[in-house]
Structure formats: structure tokens, C-alpha cells
Design a protein around this ligand. Structure first.
Ligand code: F1P
Length: 326
């Protein structure tokens, strides 16, 4: 079995490990997050930084997320504001751009990594989440980092903590859809895929498109849900799978689903309720942002099985390395 599949399936234990990482962090540091935070990372870690920035803003803070290289070389074009903390995310903790941002930023620094690494050594506050991965592609650590930081946000902003045990159990329910998701890939040999998500689910859509590119070497796009009607949807036809990530659907979601089906595309809806889609995966339990981590396993499994069907080894995608160094 591919390491990637093993690691995707570790979501339930990842949530428990994330809770422990959060508890260890608050035991070690007398520290609460400030309101204005600048987040950064590369690749999947950049999309994760977008998620954390949105979760911060959702709680009344101000989260801004930029890829490391944009902070380094184009910062003046962005409304970074006056952050009181830099949060740098890197599964390996060794990505060159991430380390350079830490070296060149004089803000207090919080590092999130899966390994005792240079990133954590350069940080004032180290959030080490014990989710090492053998696969080049980031899967297991992504939702675990997300949950650990969400707990730190709840703790810092005096909000109720999420129930890690319950979310871990709910993630086992979501993973029971693995065979169903494999069946979609077997039944529908889609030529292209569009991921849609709004708000905190938009970076999940972006991460989904990246996973599909990395694992399946397959062209994929991601858009804020209703933006897709403004030109982008013209590519959708009988060879297209549209993956609609949604929490609580409303009439526009049903209309959009009907519109894509009218173009010959097939739709997979992932959320609390179906939208009249061809395929549906229910996300049980709480609404977003609490349940955001549960969506990751669905998009990771879809990309994994597309990769296998296309004859690729998702553990070591072509042209990619586990740690990007310059
Ligand atoms: C960042 C990254 C991953 C990508 C690939 C190469 O790594 O770009 O996001 O999926 O695995 O590395 P890291 O900084 O999170 O270790």
C-alpha cells in the first residue's frame, strides 16, 4: 500500500495528536495569540496558512496569509497591516523560503512543523505536531496542523475548545466513504476537475486542486464557489467533475449544481446536505470552521484514487521533492 493512503487514513489519530500538541504548547508557553497575525507557508502549507488566517478573522482577529516568496519579494503590494505575530507553517520545517522569512522578519515568531527542525529552532514559540510523513505530498499533517492551531485560537480568544475526541470519531465516519470515493473515480473517468469552496472552504478547494496536480499529475482548478459562473464554467462539460465543498447549502448551490449538470458535467457535493448532485459525501457533526479538517480526507482520497487509476505513484510525484530548497 502507498504511504500516501496510509497517511490519509491517519486523520483520526492526527486530530488526537493535534490536541496533544496544543496542550503541550500551552503548558510550555505562557502565551496567547494576538489579534493581528501574518501567516505564511509554501505549497500546501501556504493554503493552510490561508485557512488559519480565515479562522483568525472569523474569531474577530485579523489574519493575513501570503506565500513565503511574496513576503520576501513583493510584500509592498499587499495589505499586511501591522501584525503582532508571524506564524510560519512548514511540514518539514526546512523549506528555504520559510526559513528566510523567519530570518528577515523582526516580528515575534510562531512556527508549526511536524519535525524538530530549523523552523522551530528559529521560532519564539514552537508548535510541534507529531505527524511525520513519508510521502512527498502533504496529507496527514495538514488537518492536524489546522486543528492544533484552531484550538490555540479558541484558547487565546477565550472561545470554547473543540472536542478532539468527537471530531476524531467523526473523521472515522468520513473515512468510511473511501470505497465510495474510489467508486466515483472508477465509474467516471473525468478529464478535468473543478473544486469549489467559499470562505474557509476556498483554501480547501485550492489544496484539493494542488493534491490532484501533485498526486495524479492531473489538471485541476479551484474557485470561490459562485465565481465559477463568471466565465470559468465554460470548460465544464461531459468530461468534467465539479467538486462542490459546502457547509449549509442554499438555493444558489442547488441552481449551480443543476447548471453544471445541464452542461453535461457531473457534480460531487461534500457537505451537510446534498444539492441535487450526482455524488454526495456527508460531513457529519458541527458546522465549519470546526469541521473544516473533515473535508481534507475526502479531497485527498479523490486525488489519491485518481492518481492510482492513472498509473502514478502518489508517494513520489514526478519533478517534486519532499523539501523545496533553493
Ligand atoms: C512545502 C511543500 C509542500 C508540497 C510538496 C513540497 O513543504 O511545498 O506543500 O506539497 O510536498 O513541499 P513544507 O514547507 O510544508 O515542508
Amino acid at each position: 500500500m502507498h504511504k500516501t493512503l496510509e497517511e490519509i487514513r491517519k486523520l483520526p489519530e492526527g486530530i488526537i495528536k493535534a490536541q496533544k500538541a496544543f496542550e503541550d504548547f500551552t503548558a510550555k508557553y505562557d502565551f496567547k495569540l494576538p489579534r493581528e497575525i501574518l501567516f505564511t507557508g509554501c505549497g500546501s502549507s501556504h493554503f493552510l496558512s490561508q485557512l488559519l488566517a480565515m479562522a483568525t478573522t472569523h474569531l474577530g482577529g485579523r489574519g493575513v496569509a501570503l506565500p513565503c516568496s511574496e513576503i520576501l519579494y513583493s510584500r509592498k503590494y499587499y495589505p499586511v497591516g501591522n501584525p503582532q505575530l508571524l506564524v510560519a507553517i512548514s511540514r518539514s520545517g526546512e523549506t528555504t523560503e520559510a526559513l528566510r522569512v523567519l530570518d528577515e522578519t523582526d516580528l515575534p515568531k510562531l512556527g508549526i512543523a511536524a519535525y524538530d527542525s530549523n523552523l522551530l529552532a528559529k521560532s519564539d514559540y514552537a508548535l510541534l505536531v507529531d505527524t511525520p510523513e513519508e510521502s512527498v505530498v502533504m496529507t496527514h499533517s495538514f488537518p492536524a496542523f489546522l486543528f492544533a492551531f484552531q484550538q490555540l485560537l479558541n484558547y487565546s480568544f477565550e472561545m470554547p475548545l473543540y472536542d478532539a475526541e468527537r471530531l476524531s470519531e467523526l473523521s472515522m465516519e468520513v473515512l468510511k466513504n473511501e470505497e465510495y470515493i474510489r467508486g466515483i473515480v472508477e465509474e467516471f473517468d473525468f478529464r478535468n476537475v473543478i473544486f469549489l469552496g467559499s470562505g474557509i472552504l476556498y483554501p480547501v478547494a485550492l489544496e484539493a486542486a494542488l493534491k490532484m496536480k501533485e498526486m495524479a499529475i492531473f489538471w485541476s482548478e479551484a474557485y470561490p464557489t459562485f465565481e465559477v459562473r463568471h466565465g470559468f464554467k465554460s470548460v465544464a462539460d461531459e468530461g468534467t467533475l465539479v467538486v462542490l465543498l459546502v457547509d449549509e447549502p442554499f438555493d444558489w448551490h442547488e441552481k449551480l449544481t443543476k447548471e453544471f449538470k445541464g452542461q453535461g458535467a457531473r457534480v460531487l457535493t461534500v457537505g451537510k446536505e446534498n444539492t441535487g448532485a450526482d455524488y454526495f459525501v456527508k460531513i457529519p457533526g458541527p458546522s465549519i470552521p470546526e469541521s473544516t479538517a473533515l473535508y481534507l480526507s475526502v479531497i485527498q482520497l479523490l486525488s489519491y484514487y485518481k492518481a492510482v487509476k492513472r498509473g502514478f505513484n502518489p508517494d513520489s510525484p514526478r519533478f517534486l521533492s519532499k523539501v523545496v530548497k533553493w
